[in-house]
Design a protein around this ligand. Structure first.
Ligand code: GS8
Length: 219
């Protein structure tokens, strides 16, 4: 049977981009469907009835939800190339821990940069940089979080880099100055064509975030 892979997604979503990156590095052909979150498709509502969120990967009619679960599914189904999770159980647990840390901390910290002002924003910036510095120390001297090759934690984090320009513009700081090794890691990841071509354009992300800010009435 021919494989049918559909991705319900939204262009600037760091979660959706994870699925795009994983499919990209595995070389899987798929149909991309952009969702309008103010007018969700029937297919999205039926495929993710619990959260009603993108991304959803629909593989031969079967939906898989939640970006990190989707990435793990992709890694297991298309296991012929570019393994993302290590096979060693301990290393695998560590990779899952850091991906979970990114999910629990980075999205909310980034959001605060665009929704606060003054002292509150300074505190948000401090918190955001602390998270990035911790991740940078976890990377250490390795080329990738996955070691010598691009892996699961790299997928989980690289999609946030498309928002770095937006975070920097909203809160007036430089991630490269604060976290030079992490900035070098971003450049290294972008040298992988399957990764860079799966990511959103940071300028388009910025336009999206600016429009969202206006819509939410945040100055
Ligand atoms: C988060 C997905 C999500 O927040 C994951 O897949 O990892 N934990 C999930 N999706 C958002 C768009 S990106 O900010 C979404 O679909 N929101 C729609 C809604 O809340 O109605």
């Amino acid at each position: 049977m021919a494989e049918k892979v559909i991705l319900l997604d939204m262009y600037p979503s760091m979660f959706g981009m994870r699925a795009r990156v994983a499919l990209g590095v595995k070389g899987v052909e798929y149909e991309y469907r952009e969702e309008e979150l103010s007018n969700k498709s029937q297919l999205l509502l039926e495929s993710n009835p619990v959260h009603k969120k993108i991304p959803v990967l629909i593989h031969n009619g079967k939906p898989v939800c939640e970006s990190l679960i989707i990435v793990q599914y992709i890694d297991e189904v298309w296991n012929h190339k570019s393994p993302l999770l290590p096979s060693d159980p301990y290393q695998k647990a560590q990779a899952r821990f850091w991906a979970d840390y990114i999910d629990k901390k980075l999205y909310d910290a980034g959001k605060k940069l665009g929704t606060t002002k003054g002292e509150e924003q300074e505190a948000a910036k401090k918190e955001f940089v602390e998270i990035l510095k911790l991740l940078e120390s976890q990377l250490g001297e390795k080329p990738f979080f996955g070691g010598d090759s691009f892996g699961f934690v790299d997928v989980a984090l690289i999609t946030f880099s498309t928002w770095f320009h937006t975070y920097e513009a909203f809160a007036n700081f430089s991630i490269e100055e604060q976290c030079p090794k992490l900035a070098a890691w971003v450049k290294r990841c972008l040298e992988i064509e399957a990764v860079s071509k799966s990511l959103a354009d940071p300028n388009k992300v910025y336009d999206f975030a600016l429009a969202l800010k206006k819509k939410l009435g945040v100055e």
